[in-house]
Design a protein around this ligand. Structure first.
Ligand SMILES: [Zn+2]
Length: 221
């Protein structure tokens, strides 16, 4: 993403460390580099005049998006000091239908009320607007698993995979997103890239066509 070249990236991972994952310069991970290519090749984000809300902004993207003159780009976060707007995604102090594009990755597994977060993203998007909502998915799970009675961090890690996760998404992730009224596109984009490119950009840590590498785009009708 940053244009630097290395023999390989740094290992990274919370529970299991993955080889060749983290760029030491821009801190991009596999999923960021995949999304970066996707956004350039499959969306009008780099060309159209768009208002863009980036929630819990990944540091590797911020400067890149800020430089795009076609965007009216705002970052938002619960507490991050570098965010333009401080907000809780479950109750956003933003006007309805005020953004063309929203990106909120690896957030939905942390929020207290998933339905509230999704309905807020739906509300703030303009009609015809779209959002990138990537979350960790356990491909072994058919249905998303959530139990609000589990509050102990150790138990949350045992049940949902991480101490601050409140649920674990399954292969029904697209249906979960659709339940908020969105039309959902689940795109196996990584499989369309050449093997050489996947390897060079270190885009996927496991089987390339796995749901964990899919891009989920939701659209407000
Ligand atoms: Zn980099």
């Amino acid at each position: 993403m940053c244009g630097k070249h290395y023999r390989k990236f740094l290992p990274y991972g919370y529970v299991i460390s993955r080889e060749n994952a983290l760029c030491p310069n821009c801190l991009s991970l596999e999923r960021h580099r995949l999304l970066w290519l996707f956004l350039q090749e499959r969306t009008p984000l780099f060309s159209d005049s768009l208002s863009f809300l980036h929630i819990a902004p990944e540091i590797c993207f911020i400067d890149k998006f800020k430089k795009l003159k076609n965007l009216n780009y705002k970052t938002a976060d619960l507490e991050s000091p570098w965010a333009d707007i401080h907000l809780n995604v479950e109750n956003m102090p933003l006007e309805s239908e005020s953004f063309d594009v929203i990106m909120a990755n690896h957030i939905l597994e942390h929020v207290e009320h998933l339905d509230k977060a999704l309905s807020e993203i739906f509300r703030v998007l303009k009609k015809g607007g779209w959002a990138v909502l990537l979350s960790p998915i356990n491909p072994e799970r058919e249905k998303t698993y959530e139990d609000s009675s589990i509050t102990d961090p150790i138990e949350r890690e045992r049940h949902f995979g991480q101490k601050d996760h409140l649920r674990e998404f399954g292969r029904d992730y697209a249906e979960v997103l659709a339940s908020a009224g969105f039309s959902v596109e689940q795109i196996d984009y990584a499989s369309t890239l050449s093997e050489e490119r996947v390897k060079r950009m270190a885009i996927a840590s496991d089987d390339i066509s796995n749901i964990t590498n899919h891009v989920f785009i939701v659209r407000k009708p």
